[in-house]
Design a protein around this ligand. Structure first.
Ligand code: NAG
Ligand code: NAG
Length: 397
C-alpha cells in the first residue's frame, strides 16, 4: 500500500505540516472575520455609492438603459418593458441617493434632474403589453422616490405636486392589480388578454407595491383603495406556507415543497412579505417570526450571495437568482425596523459588515447583469439599506 511506503518520520512530518496548515487556515479565518463596522466606514461607502450614481446618470436625469445585451436577455417587449425598467432603476437610485442625506452641490443637482425626469415620465408608465407588467416595479419604486422628494421639499406648492404625482402612481398601479390578488410582471402562458391582468401575481411583487403605497400614504396622506389593498394582501397570505416562507407566485401555491418555495428559496422574499403583512395588521406575523427570519437571513447571507452575478436566472441552489440579493438586503431593513428598537443596531452592524465588502471599485453594487440597469438599482437598494444601518447605529445607546 502506498501509505506504508512512506517512512514513519516523514508521515509524522506530513501530519504536522497539515496540522500547521489547518492552524494557519483557522487563523486566517479569524482575521478575515468581519470586524466591527464603524459609522465612518458606512459614510465613506455611501459617498462612493452616491458618486457612482452622480457620474452615471443619463443626461435626461434617469439611470440605466437597454444596452449591454448578452446571450441570454430577460424578456422585455419594446419599448414598454424598458420604460418600466428605467422607471424602477431610476426610482431606486434616486431614493437611495436622497436617503444618504448627502448635501454636496453636485448631488443636489443630480436629485433635481432625477426629480424632473420622474415628474415627466412616471405619469406615462403603463404595461408594456398584455404579457408584461414590469410597470409594477416602476410604480412601486417611483412612489419610493416621490415620497422622498416630498419629504425634502420645503415649498408648499411643490410638495403638493409630489403628492399629486404619487397619488397618480398609486392609482395607476391599482389599474394593473391582478384578478387573483396582487401584482405580477409576466402573463405569457395562457394567451388570454384581459383588461385587468389575469396572469401570475407573485408574492414579492405584491409586497413591493403595497409597502411603497403604505409608505406614501403614511408620509404624504395619499388615498389608498382599502378594498383593493385587502384583495392584494389576501393574495400574499394565500402564498404563505406555515413556516412563513412565501411561494414564488400564485401558481406555485399547490407546489409548496419545490426548492424555490422552501425557506431557503424564500429567504429574500420572506423579508418583504412578512413586513408587508405585519404592517397591514396581520397578527400572525409576530416579533418571533420576524426575528427568526432576520437571524436566518444573516446566517444564510453567504448562501444568497452565492447566487450573485450569475448570468442565468435561478441557477444557484434552491433556484436562487442573482437579483434576489440586494432586494433581500433592502427588505431585511424594512422588516428588522419593525422589531424593538434596541435590536436595530446589532442587526445594522451585521448587515453592513456583509455589504460593505461587496462594493465595486467604481462605487456601485450589483447582483445580476440586467441590460444596463443593475448598477443603478443595486446601488439604490444598498444606499437605502446603509442609510438605515447608519441611523440604527447612530441612535443606539
Ligand atoms: C433617457 O436616456 C436614456 C439613456 O440614454 C434613454 O434610453 C431613454 O430613452 C431617454 N429617455 C427617457 C424618456 O428616459
Ligand atoms: C399561445 O399561443 C401560441 C402562439 O399562437 C401557441 O403556440 C401556444 O400553444 C398558445 N398557448 C396556449 C396555452 O394556448
Amino acid at each position: 500500500m502506498p501509505v506504508k511506503s512512506i517512512p514513519l518520520r516523514r508521515r509524522i512530518r506530513n501530519l504536522c505540516g497539515s496540522l500547521l496548515a489547518l492552524t494557519a487556515i483557522s487563523a486566517a479565518a479569524e482575521t478575515t472575520k468581519p470586524k466591527d463596522v464603524t459609522i465612518a466606514e458606512i459614510d465613506a461607502a455611501m459617498k462612493r455609492g452616491v458618486d457612482f450614481l452622480v457620474g452615471h446618470q443619463n443626461t435626461n436625469g434617469s439611470w440605466g438603459g437597454p444596452t449591454k445585451t448578452k446571450g441570454l436577455n430577460i424578456y422585455a417587449p419594446l419599448p414598454g418593458a424598458h420604460h418600466a425598467f428605467r422607471a424602477g432603476a431610476s426610482g431606486l437610485a434616486l431614493a437611495g441617493m436622497i436617503d444618504t442625506g448627502d448635501k454636496r452641490p453636485e448631488v443636489l443637482a443630480s436629485i433635481e434632474k432625477a426629480g424632473a425626469w420622474a415628474a415627466a415620465e412616471l405619469p406615462k408608465l403603463r404595461r408594456a403589453d398584455q404579457t408584461t407588467t414590469y410597470n409594477a416595479w416602476g410604480h412601486a419604486y417611483g412612489l419610493r422616490a416621490l415620497t422622498r422628494l416630498y419629504q425634502r421639499e420645503t415649498v408648499a406648492a411643490k410638495k403638493a405636486k409630489w403628492k399629486e404625482l404619487a397619488q397618480q402612481q398609486s392609482d395607476l398601479a391599482n389599474r394593473y392589480e391582478d384578478v387573483n390578488g396582487g401584482w405580477g410582471y409576466l402573463d405569457i402562458y395562457d394567451n388570454l388578454t384581459t383588461q385587468k391582468p389575469s396572469g401570475i401575481p407573485t408574492s414579492f411583487t405584491t409586497a413591493t407595491v403595497l409597502l411603497a403605497m403604505v409608505e406614501a400614504r403614511d408620509v404624504m396622506g395619499i388615498k389608498l383603495d382599502d378594498k383593493l389593498i385587502r384583495h392584494a394582501a389576501a393574495g400574499i397570505t394565500a402564498q404563505r406556507t406555515p413556516d412563513f416562507a412565501y411561494v414564488y407566485s400564485f401558481t406555485h401555491r399547490m407546489r409548496p415543497r419545490l426548492d424555490i418555495n422552501r425557506p431557503a428559496g424564500s429567504l429574500a422574499r420572506s423579508q418583504s412579505c412578512n413586513a408587508c403583512l405585519r404592517i397591514l395588521g396581520d397578527k400572525a406575523v409576530t416579533n418571533e417570526v420576524l426575528t427568526t427570519w432576520a437571524d436566518r437571513f444573516l446566517a444564510r447571507e453567504g448562501f444568497l450571495s452565492n447566487g450573485r452575478k450569475r448570468p442565468v436566472p435561478h441557477e444557484a441552489p434552491f433556484k436562487i437568482a442573482g437579483y434576489f440579493y440586494y432586494y433581500g438586503i433592502y427588505y431585511f431593513t424594512i422588516s428588522a425596523n419593525l422589531l424593538p428598537k434596541e435590536t436595530h443596531a446589532k442587526y445594522a452592524k451585521q448587515l453592513a459588515a456583509s455589504i460593505l465588502p461587496l462594493q465595486e471599485k467604481d462605487g456601485s453594487w450589483w447582483d445580476y447583469p440586467l441590460y444596463d440597469y443593475h448598477q443603478p438599482y443595486g446601488t439604490g437598494y444598498t444606499l437605502m439599506a446603509l442609510a438605515w444601518c447608519r441611523k440604527a447605529m447612530a441612535e443606539s445607546p
